[in-house]
Design a protein around this ligand. Structure first.
Ligand SMILES: Cc1ncc(COP(=O)(O)O)c(C=O)c1O
Length: 426
């Protein structure tokens, strides 16, 4: 289906031996639908890589992007340069964020936002005369992008293998255990720890929801030791958990929030860090010579920022945060009905329009490719889901309706039946 001849494109995270000759060429998209070059249609049940919150192909987004390119396509925000879209976006994100008078450091995506936040945490303590506070703690199964800090903080072993030590003074703790976090703080020494990074709901690591009270207790514990807390909101913000930021769903407020993906619904690449006034203070006011010597060429790219501003307007005007909350239960019902299929182990659902179906561990042991097989079978049944390590993830655009959710349910059931049939001796 759609195989290419002699491609030169190296796919991210991919086993290229398996990809070559089996490419699926996505050709166009509209709303919740994708089409390949052969005209086959798929329901985008994962919003691409968790970004298409307002759905695909909106004329309003195209017009905003085109108007900005005609006025000012690109100019940097280094030194004293700025532009209105970057200013307006920083103001809007500061206003939407749970942090009063937050400052906004812009970049290209989630992974570089993580690098910015981690360096900023270390710089914060260096400026306070505590330069030994450099250690950064993440969580097992956490994913924070593919750059050096993110890889080192992240808790997916396969992503670290073969690269050697990328960033020193980083470690991971069990994702749900306060005792494990307390023990790690004790073992390293709080006076050596700069920050704790966490996803409100762990995404790529399996769609893992925090245990009741975990995030509140973890942030309280860190705060009691003067450790900064950084929410990786790359997946959870902009309506995915039914609020502007996922942490709001759990009643916690970190010191920094890293965002990307849903901020533009993926129409253009953009990410960044929302930084508390306290962390920004020594770098913003009355200290000439203190600068954050870090940043990307396209930070504050006016066209990307214009896309984000229009996307945020759409989310607000169409009430998509509330809609996401309303759709949670219907999505959970669909996932729960699939739990009855013999291939399914655990169903993961919680706050937010996202969930995952774990493939039965015994079947995975027998057939290591079964998660990938399920993803491919789902495609044949018009549903695009995301294969994770042990599960398939579902996180549709916030504009889906009940009929789309039903289609996800019936498509996945048929796909799982095919997976079973394929595994039977012929
Ligand atoms: C939670 C989280 N953080 C960071 C990233 C990295 O973002 P990017 O791919 O934009 O660098 C991702 C990407 O999926 C993510 O899910």
């Amino acid at each position: 289906m759609g195989a290419l001849e002699g491609s030169h494109l190296w796919h991210p995270f991919a086993d290229m031996t398996a990809v070559i000759g089996n490419e699926l060429v996505i050709d166009r998209a509209e709303g919740v639908w994708l089409w390949d070059e052969e005209g086959n249609r798929y329901l985008d049940a994962t919003s691409g890589l968790w970004y298409a919150n307002v759905g695909h192909g909106r004329a309003r987004m195209a017009e905003a992007i085109s108007a900005q390119i005609r006025r000012l396509d690109v100019y940097s925000t280094f030194n004293d340069f700025t532009n209105r879209p970057a200013e307006d976006l920083a103001a809007r994100l500061s206003e939407l964020s749970p942090l009063p008078d937050a400052k906004v450091f812009l970049g290209n995506g989630g992974g570089d936002g993580i690098e910015s936040a981690a360096k900023l945490a270390r710089l914060h303590f260096a400026l306070r005369g505590e330069p030994e506070r450099r250690h950064v703690i993440g969580r097992v199964d956490g994913f924070h992008g593919a750059f050096a800090f993110g890889t080192s903080i992240g808790g997916i072993d396969a992503n670290q293998r073969h690269f050697g030590e990328l960033v020193r003074e980083t470690s991971q703790v069990d994702a749900q255990s306060i005792d494990a976090l307390a023990a790690e703080i004790e073992a390293i020494g709080p006076e050596r720890i700069a920050a704790f990074f966490f996803e409100p709901v762990i995404g790529a690591g399996g769609v893992l929801f925090p245990a009741d009270g975990y995030l509140r207790d973890a942030l309280d514990l860190c705060r009691s030791h003067g450790i900064l807390t950084v929410a990786d909101e790359v997946i959870c913000a902009f309506g995915r958990l039914g609020e502007w930021f996922g942490v709001e769903r759990f009643g916690v407020t970190p010191d920094m929030l890293v965002f990307a993906k849903g901020v533009t619904s993926g129409y253009l690449p953009l990410g960044g860090v929302i930084v508390s006034a306290e962390i920004a203070e020594p770098l913003w006011y009355g200290n000439p010579g203190n600068s954050f010597r870090h940043g990307a060429t396209y930070a504050g790219h006016p066209t990307c920022c214009a896309a984000a501003l229009t996307n945020l307007e759409i989310l607000e005007e169409e009430g998509l945060l509330a809609r996401s909350r309303e759709l949670e239960d219907p999505l959970h019902s669909v996932l729960a009905s699939l739990a009855e299929h013999p291939t399914i182990g655990e169903v993961r659902a919680g706050p937010g329009l996202l969930g995952a179906l774990e493939i039965d561990p015994a079947l995975r042991a027998e057939r290591p490719a079964i998660v990938l097989d399920t993803h491919r079978a789902a495609r044949r049944n018009e549903v695009m889901v995301r294969p994770l390590l042990d599960a398939i993830a579902v996180s549709p655009p916030l504009i889906v309706d009940q009929a789309h959710l039903d289609l996800i349910g019936t498509g996945l059931w048929a796909a799982l039946d095919e997976v079973v049939a394929d595994g039977e001796p012929s």
